[in-house]
Design a binder for this molecule. Structure first.
Ligand SMILES: [Zn+2]
Ligand SMILES: [Zn+2]
Length: 220
């Protein structure tokens, strides 16, 4: 079972502050992993505190892509937890990778790879904006977690499908219009930069979940 908590998003419930960007925590009984950092590090840490998430408990940080709204909180999170393992697409700027290496353990991602038990990176996808997504394998189908989904739903879901049936997707879906790719899913939790949120909600009303800071879902 994966417990996913949204820590940073363009939308927030009344206890939190909405801010452009995305960050989510994934917890299993053996792993605590942060996916992206939003852009405002102090706000990220304030939200963590409110959610009872101790940043020193996080073992791994996965950065989906090198956009400001996903990596801005990096200095604060590394200060709060030095020595983290940080997984980045290999195409990240050399200067940024060097800076990360000074404070953490840098792992560059090219091909799909298992980062932790049941948690796999799609590898670096896309042409213009390179991005990795995560595949959370429940043993009975998987869920895909995206930052902005710049490489397109087809590229991400084709890769994820190699590792079993995709039951759901969570995260930013950018301006993707490949709505048919979402058919048959049990959960479509769209947030952050999803341009066609209303349209997706209209097509899949029973499966749609609005992402906002404070949302907690158990994936099994
Ligand atoms: Zn974004
Ligand atoms: Zn982006």
């Amino acid at each position: 079972m994966f417990r996913l908590t949204v820590i940073y998003d363009n939308r927030a419930n009344q206890d939190f502050t909405a801010s452009w960007g995305f960050a989510a925590l994934i917890e299993t009984n053996r792993e605590t992993l942060l996916f992206d950092t939003g852009w405002d590090g102090p706000l990220l840490l304030r939200h963590m505190k409110k959610l009872n998430i101790d940043p020193t408990r996080i073992r791994k940080l996965v950065l989906s892509h090198q956009h400001w709204d996903h990596i801005g909180g990096l200095p604060e999170i590394l200060q709060a937890n030095p020595g983290l393992e940080v997984y980045v697409p290999a195409s990240f700027s050399e200067n940024l990778k060097r800076e990360i290496e000074k404070r953490a353990i840098l792992i560059e991602i090219r091909e799909p790879v298992e980062i932790s038990q049941g948690i796999r990176s799609t590898g670096e996808l896309g042409d213009r904006v390179k991005e990795q997504a995560l595949i959370l394998d429940t043993g009975n189908g998987s869920y895909v977690l995206t930052g902005c989904a710049h490489p397109g739903l087809a590229a991400i879901l084709d890769t994820a499908s190699h590792y079993g049936k995709v039951k759901g997707i969570l995260g930013g879906l950018h301006d993707n219009e490949e709505f048919e790719r979402l058919g048959g899913m049990e959960l479509i939790a769209a947030g952050h930069c999803t341009a066609h949120r209303e349209k997706i909600k209209e097509i899949f009303p029973a499966k749609f979940v609005e992402i906002e800071v404070g949302l907690r879902v158990d994936l099994e």
